[in-house]
Each structure stands twice: as C-alpha cells, then as structure tokens.
Design a protein around this ligand. Structure first.
Ligand code: ATP
Ligand code: MG
Length: 564
C-alpha cells in the first residue's frame, strides 16, 4: 500500500525529477518544509531562461507549501547596477511571483563570509597565493596531468591570516593575490584543484559602497548564502554540476547553520534566440537594439512590452518541463501558448497597416452610417462596438492586385468582396499617380448586402478588414521578426554577424479604428487578419504606437520551410 506524506500529494504526482526529490525529502522527514531561492546576478535584465528558473523555484515553494527567496548574487561590483536590481524585482513580480519578506543580497553576508574564509585559513584549508593569474592557470595542469603546487601553498597560518587581513585593508592592488582553498591539485575535477575563493577588486559596490575591496567568488558566496538562508534545495543549471563537489566541500568544512544540497537542471535554450547575458549586454551597448526592453530582446521586460502575457510564459515553462539534458526548444513551442491565450483574451479591432484608399462611388452623399462589430467571436459578454462606414475607406494595400494570379480572391478590377461587418463592394476603376502607382480604387457597394450577405445568395470569396477614412486614427505600427537569422546564432563564430537586419519594420502610416485611441499601454488587441498588437509605451494620445506581439499564424516557420 502506498502512503503519501508530502503536504501536497497532487502536486507531487507524476512530476519532474526535482519535484520527485523534494517530495521524497519531505516524505522522509529530511526537511520540515522546502525552501528554495532564485539567485540572479544583477548584471543585466532577466530573460526567458531565467523565467524557467523562477517558475521552478517559486513553483516548487508554492506547490509544496514552502517558501522561495529572491537573492541577489551581487559579488561582482564591476558589472552590477541598481537599475538591474530594480528591474529584476519588477520582472519577477510581473511573472506572478512574490518573495514576501524574503529579499536577500549576498552582499549582506560579506562579513560572515569573510569570517568563514578566516576559519578555513585557521584550519589550514586555505592559503594566499601571490602567483600571477596566468601562472596559476598554467600550474593547475590539464585533464590528464595533475596540477603543480604554487610556492605559496605551504605558507604558515599566521602569514596567511596577516596577508588576508591586509588584502581586506586595501594594501594591495587588483590581482596581486587571491585566497585559494587547499583541496587537491591532482583531483580529476579541475574545479577542486585549489579553487579561488576571494579576489582583490577595488570597485564600488551598489550596496556596500567602498566598504570592501575584496570580493568572494561565486563558488564561495553561493553555497554559504544558501546555508545562511536555510535553503533546502539549491537549484541551478547543468554547467554547475562540476562545482557541486566544491559546494559540498565548503559546506562540510565551514561552521554553517544548515546543509543545503545543489541539484542541476537543463538550461533553457531557444531557437533563433541568444540568452547569454554577455551577448545581450553587447546588443544593447552596441546599439543593435534600442535597449533591454526593445521588443526584439528575449528579456522579460521586452516580452512584456511586446504584449506577451505573463501567463503564457508560465505555461510555456510548464510545457517544456524540467530535464537533466540540455536541448534547444523550437520557437513554435514558445509561441503556441502566446497565441492560445491572446486568442482568448484579446478583443478584436480593425486596423489597416498599409492603407489604400477606396471611394464608394454610389454611397449616398458625404454621410456615414454606424455598423455593429463584435468584440470577441467566442465571448458574447465582450459585447459589440459601433464603427463608421462611409464613402471613403481604407483597405490593406496587400488586399488589392491589379493583375491577380488565379488564386487571388481579394480585390482586383471587377472583383466583388465583402467588407467585414458591412457590405459587398466591387472594384470598378484603378486610379494611379504620375509614377504609375495605384493611389485609389473607385468602387461601388451593394446596399442590399448590409451586414455582409446578399439577399440573392451571391457569394464572394474574400472578406477584408477596413477602416473609415473619416475617423480612422493614424498610428505607427512596429513589426518584429526574430532578432537572429538562424536557429543557432553564433554557430559560425560571430553572433553579431547573425543579427537579422530586417528584425524591425516600422509602418508609419497605419490607420486604426478610433476605439483604439483609448487603449491602455500594454493592452493587447487582435487586429483582424493581422495578428496581436499592443499599445507601446512610446505612444501618446496624439500619436499611437503599436507593437506586433505575434502574428496570427506561424508565418515564420512557413517561410523557413519554403527556404525563404
Ligand atoms: P551569466 O550569463 O552572467 O552567467 P546567468 O545567465 O547564469 O548569468 P544568473 O543571474 O546567474 O544568470 O542566473 C540566475 C539564475 O537563473 C541561476 O540559477 C541560473 O542557473 C538561472 N538561469 C540563467 N539562465 C538560465 C537558462 N537559460 N535556463 C534556465 N535557468 C537559467
Ligand atoms: Mg550565473
């Protein structure tokens, strides 16, 4: 008979390996409750890969009735900024998670970490090495050869203590010496060959200012911070697997208040996307994009600005699951929940992105009439709105062809189509400018087809969206494509050579129905037949700016399949 003692039995059922471990630890009483943490380094904005880590850590805490800390891993002041600290908090909140009062900074532990370094020195388990960095690296050996001891390895405890104190006091320049753990220079795992625990860095820190010129390495700060916070399950990505013996060694040799354990999971990689913070930083600083929240970026701030719902990101993370092997996730898997959710939530509107004027010659006078349009086809509660139909309208330039191929069912000379919610119209004449460009279509309408059907049962093969020229509002529409031209950016060496020069197309002369003038920044609507769009924060009441969140179908995948 099975017994189930995990606090949340349903949450534990049929889950990924991390949740299995957590459930088993709780069931066996190894922990009373689960404590996880999300530990970003504030050296950039959070991206979709971080979303995976956030959902995993906060998700586990929620599901098992534990808690999740937000801890800034702020041990490298040269790259860290307050702007990033603020943005990271805003992004975690937006994604739907709350750390409550458990906001921590590794820098809050600097004093304790220093004391523990002293503890190691006194135990003969750490020493100051004055070797230049290159020499130290060369002496670490290779996978097949053991490392060589530095001439400083056997320094006395007294000398080590004295030097470490003076390093802290600021007596030495950057790089003059480091504190190394004394572990095993012949270890098969290179990480264990006397790893660096402290380095000298004369740099102001966003939180501790100039109090320190000596900073702990990731390896020394991370596990000990976990221990201070009584983290039970310290989740990180696979590249830290080799660091786990060091994590355990430090926990074992220090008088830490708890014994956390590290577990590694696959890192999210997404096709056509770069998630390396170093590259993202350069994309911003070198002007390939307009900032960290440029909607082409994979950051959470950019996805939010583009109109991607937080719930769609959480759903994406749920679908990809948690594995122990790295793999590249197809874009379609990321886009699917976005379309799914927006299809449900976004109200429908009409907008013409590349306008072509049409004049309905037989429309009486200069008047107009009001027509009812449905806000959401699957949700009657979303109601209807009134739109104006009149003598002058705009349709999409792409919906007209003067000399159409056989399968083109939209407007062309002599052809009749339906204007959505309104009437059948027929193109009678094409007006061109001096350069021969089509500037206007003269059309007629069938007054009996009001509402979109003809009483004589006549059929048309296309329904076009439109706006009325009299009251449509001009808008700028920004269309985004993938920021990179290939699924594996940088595979040939230079990631910046793979930046897509056509990743942004700005349409400066779009026309949208007047209801959109009252949209709120961030609100996503569906432009019928075009895709999902959201009002950008660059928008003002006088000049509207819309971002395309995502197209209606996966046109990108189709283009790739066609080799175009
Ligand atoms: P860097 O690029 O500077 O090495 P990072 O991407 O590891 O940084 P951190 O701020 O250190 O960023 O990451 C915070 C947490 O998010 C870590 O636990 C890290 O493992 C996790 N994380 C980062 N990138 C991904 C990713 N692509 N997939 C899953 N988890 C990730
Ligand atoms: Mg990192």
């Amino acid at each position: 008979m099975e017994t189930e003692t995990a606090p949340n039995a349903t949450a534990a059922a049929g889950r990924d390996f991390v949740r299995e471990i957590v459930a088993a630890d709780l069931a066996a009483g190894r922990h009373k409750s689960v404590v996880t943490r999300f530990p970003p380094e504030p050296n950039g904005y959070l991206h979709i890969g971080h979303a995976k880590a956030i959902c995993l850590n906060f998700g586990i805490a929620q599901e098992f009735g534990g808690r999740c800390h937000l801890r800034f891993d702020d041990t490298n002041p040269t790259k860290e900024e307050q702007e990033f600290i603020d943005a990271i908090q805003a992004d975690v909140r937006w994604l739907g998670f709350d750390w409550g009062e458990h906001l921590y900074f590794a820098s809050d532990y600097f004093e304790r970490l220093y004391d523990w370094a002293v503890h190691l020195i006194k135990a003969g388990k750490a020493y100051i090495d004055d070797s230049p960095l290159a020499e130290m690296r060369a002496m670490r050996g290779t996978v097949t050869e053991p490392g060589q001891p530095s001439i400083y390895r056997e320094r006395s405890v007294e000398e080590n203590l004295d030097l470490f104190r003076r390093m802290r006091a600021g007596e030495f320049p950057n790089g003059a010496r480091v504190l190394r753990a004394k572990i095993d220079l012949a270890a098969g795992n290179m990480i264990m060959r006397d790893p660096v625990l402290y380095r000298i860095l004369h740099a102001a820190h966003p939180r501790t200012g100039t109090a320190w010129c000596l900073y702990p390495t990731y390896d020394f700060a991370h596990g000990q911070s976990d221990a201070i916070e009584h983290i039970t399950h310290s989740l990180c990505t696979l590249e830290f697997e080799d660091h786990r013996p060091l994590y355990d060694w430090l926990i074992e040799h220090l008088p830490v208040p708890s014994k956390p354990r590290q577990y590694e999971t696959a890192r999210l990689a997404l096709a056509y996307t770069v998630l390396s913070k170093r590259t993202l930083t350069k994309l911003v600083s070198e002007g390939h994009v307009k900032g960290w929240d440029d909607p082409r970026m994979p950051t959470l701030a950019a996805l939010r600005r583009r109109g991607v719902p937080a719930a769609a990101i959480r759903e994406f993370v749920r679908r990809i699951g948690v594995a122990r092997a790295n793999s590249v996730v197809e874009l379609a898997i990321f886009e699917h929940p976005i379309r799914e959710m927006l299809n449900k939530s976004a109200q429908r509107r009409m907008a013409v992105l590349r306008p072509l004027k049409i004049v309905i010659e037989n429309y009486p006078g200069n008047g107009f009439e009001e027509i009812e349009a449905i806000n959401h086809p699957d949700d009657p509660a979303a109601g209807t709105r009134k739109i104006k139909f009149g003598r002058e309208l705009y349709v999409e330039r792409d919906d007209f062809m003067e000399n159409p191929p056989k399968k083109f069912f939209r407007l062309s000379p002599g052809k009749e189509v339906r204007l959505r919610y309104a009437y059948f119209v027929t193109c009678r004449e094409v007006v061109k400018d001096a350069a021969g460009e089509v500037v206007e279509l003269r059309c007629t309408y069938d007054p009996a087809s009001r509402g979109g059907n003809s009483p004589d049962g006549r059929k048309v093969q296309a329904t076009l969206h439109w706006v009325s020229a009299a009251d449509a509002v001009p808008a700028e529409v920004r269309l985004y494509e993938q920021l990179f031209t290939r699924p594996d950016p940088g595979a040939d060496g230079d990631v910046f050579a793979d930046v897509n020069p056509k990743s942004l197309e700005v349409l400066g002369d779009a026309r949208v129905e007047p209801a959109l003038a009252n949209a709120a920044a961030g609100e996503v609507v569906q432009f019928e037949r075009q895709g999902y769009f959201c009002l950008d924060r660059d928008s003002t009441p006088k000049s509207l700016v819309f971002n395309r969140t995502i197209g209606l179908r996966d046109t990108w995948a189709k283009m790739q399949a066609k080799g175009g």
